[in-house]
Design a protein around this ligand. Structure first.
Ligand code: SAH
Length: 201
């Protein structure tokens, strides 16, 4: 898988190493074992998808995570991206809006000893536990209609947010907070499941 990621332009050795270490098949239904290491998005619970490995690696590379950084992830899903962030040494806070996925994935991450803190909630609001703010990095793994203001507010000065923005198709954006303002860079088209408003009980 790592060789394929290099061919697709992933150059960050720490990201490649993390991708090599985290067994993706453990985050999928066993019937999908044979496809786990192909560069494909695959179905998970609640009609959601686990992102393609190259997308996970690309977002992780743009995020430029350093050990001990506080990272907020929106869209826990299968927990695969969460595990990559933990392996990069981040202190991860992850929000999922679907109860079924939240409970399953929280236990899965615990059973595999990934120390992320999982929350059930609406990612558009960010983390309601304000004592955990601000974050060095924020990663959104679903397609957002716009850059949610509460998430930008929860980003540290100099911090980076990686977010796919758009409706049916999205543009991958890297947003850096400089003197309180958003500096935006674009990194091409991508396709994610939509970021929906409100949480599911
Ligand atoms: N990072 C995940 C990607 C899962 S797909 C993985 O590697 O498997 C995106 C996830 O975002 C879905 O689980 C979906 O339920 C969740 N999601 C969508 N809108 C959300 C919101 N407003 N807040 C939190 N999670 C959301």
């Amino acid at each position: 898988m790592v060789e394929n990621l290099r061919l697709k332009g992933i150059t960050d050795e720490r990201v490649l190493d993390a991708m090599n270490k985290v067994p993706r098949h453990l985050f999928l239904d066993t019937t999908l074992d044979l496809l786990a290491y192909e560069d494909q998005a695959l179905p998970i619970l609640c009609e959601q998808t686990i992102s393609m490995p190259s997308t996970v690696a690309f977002q992780s590379q743009l995020l430029n995570v350093q050990p001990r950084m506080k990272v907020l992830e929106i869209g826990t899903g299968s927990g695969y991206q969460t595990a990559i962030l933990c392996t990069l040494g981040a202190r991860v806070f992850s929000i999922e809006r679907q109860k079924g996925l939240f409970s399953r994935t929280k236990s899965k991450l615990e059973s595999l000893s990934y120390r992320a803190k999982c929350f059930l909630g609406d990612g558009y609001q960010g983390l309601t536990e304000i004592h955990e703010h601000p974050f060095d990095r924020i990663i959104i793994t679903c397609g957002a209609r716009m850059i949610p203001q509460p998430l930008f507010d929860q980003l540290k000065e100099g911090g980076i947010m990686v977010i796919p923005v758009g409706n049916n198709e999205q543009e991958m954006l890297r947003v850096t907070k400089v003197e309180g303002k958003a500096q935006i860079e674009q990194f091409g088209h991508c396709r994610f499941v939509p970021m929906l408003e409100g949480r599911q009980f």
